[in-house]
Design a protein around this ligand. Structure first.
Ligand code: 3PY
Length: 365
């Protein structure tokens, strides 16, 4: 996936920094020259802050070619170190999910030309502030679709087939397999899977699930996806109510916005089948967690599998953790070696392109 993504861009830009190519080379050379004149102390024309000490080397190497790098070294990254090191930088590779807001942008200064996050979701960015200052912002969707989709399928099966509860039964000496109907779960085969949000991640999940002989994909989005993909995935756009009432598995794969926050509440859970399984790989705040707790505890819905919660980290004394019919992961959807490295590569390309005034590989607005 990454190769396809990069090779498309390589038609326009080539070279280790992604800077060579028609039109861009001369632009870059003149930018380098003028930058070098302005910064006589440094041969590298741009100064870029890396806000997290663990940003993969793939991204660091790309930036290092033409940029003087300033790096936050504390772990977890300290805001005070970031605010001190950010002064005067031209670009930022924003490695974590900490608030990227006016405080940060003010501390950086008016010369700031380019920012990229290393995430698909940008709900921690004050987008209005970034836009108001006309600073190009990139993010890293697409490259993490497969990793998150793999995890979502894992969660869907784990929640539907009661993995967590089963493990607890073993630990507590309650392996009661003399019951014929012990630990029965939900079939994926012939099920209706409903997606709340059906972008790259949702579609990657649906593609995987087609191998499980599901009956139908339903999806709720603002805009209908293209007909060919609908056909390929056996997917039908429906209103939210229909999604809730007809789906055996409901997968939340939408960005967190003012419109999606808290949408999965008691009203929504009351419309779902009592055999339904809820999966959330998007953002915790899309679900009202108190209402989810009640729905699971009363068996109003069958089970839930969450990779995202609110807040993160979830306090160890959260009442959600007392339930048998929920499986919770610590937001590890994109956490594979290859994906993390790919995210750093895309983020670095975004930053570099923003620095020379070119369109980013994946602009966030
Ligand atoms: O990149 C993101 O936004 C994620 O949450 C990955 O899981």
């Amino acid at each position: 996936m990454l190769n396809r993504f990069i090779s498309l861009s390589a038609l326009i830009v080539k070279g280790s920094c992604g800077f060579q190519g028609p039109g861009l080379l001369s632009k870059r050379q003149s930018l380098l020259k003028s930058g070098a004149k302005n910064k006589t102390m440094s041969a590298k024309p741009f100064k870029v802050l890396i806000t997290h000490p663990e940003v993969p080397q793939s991204g660091i190497d790309l930036l290092n070619e033409n940029c003087e790098l300033v790096r936050v070294e504390s772990l977890p990254p300290k805001r005070s170190e970031l605010l001190q090191k950010i002064r005067g930088v031209d670009g930022i590779l924003w490695g974590g999910h900490e608030a990227l807001n006016a405080e940060v942008l003010d501390a950086a200064g008016p010369q700031l030309k380019s920012i990229s996050t290393m995430s698909a979701g940008i709900d921690y960015v004050d987008l209005d502030e970034v836009k108001r200052r006309k600073i190009p912002l990139g993010h890293t969707p697409t490259v993490l679709d497969n990793a998150v989709a793999d995890l979502a399928v894992g969660l869907l099966i784990a929640a539907g087939r009661r993995f967590h509860e089963g493990r607890k039964k073993i630990e507590t000496g309650n392996w009661e397999n003399y019951h014929l109907n012990w630990m029965l779960g939900q079939d994926v085969r012939d099920s209706v899977v409903g997606f709340y949000g059906f972008g790259g991640i949702g579609q990657a999940i649906a593609k995987r699930l087609s191998g499980f002989d599901i009956d139908q994909v339903l999806y709720t989005t603002r805009r209908r996806i293209d007909r060919e993909t609908e056909k390929e995935l056996n997917a039908k756009k429906v209103e939210f109510n229909e999604l809730l009432t007809k789906s055996d598995f409901v997968v939340i794969a939408a960005p967190l916005t003012a419109a999606t926050q808290g949408v999965f509440n008691a009203t929504a859970f009351n419309k779902m089948k009592n055999t339904a399984v809820l999966i959330n790989i998007a953002r915790g705040k899309i679900v009202n967690q108190n209402d989810l707790y009640d729905a699971l505890r009363s068996n109003r819905i069958f089970a839930a599998g969450l990779d995202v919660v609110d807040p993160e980290p979830l306090p160890p004394n959260s009442k959600l953790l007392t339930l048998d019919n929920i499986i919770i992961l610590p937001h590890i959807g994109s956490a594979t070696n290859r994906t993390r490295s790919d995210m750093a590569t895309i983020a670095a390309h975004n930053v570099l392109r923003g620095l020379v005034g070119e369109r980013m590989l994946s602009p966030a607005y």
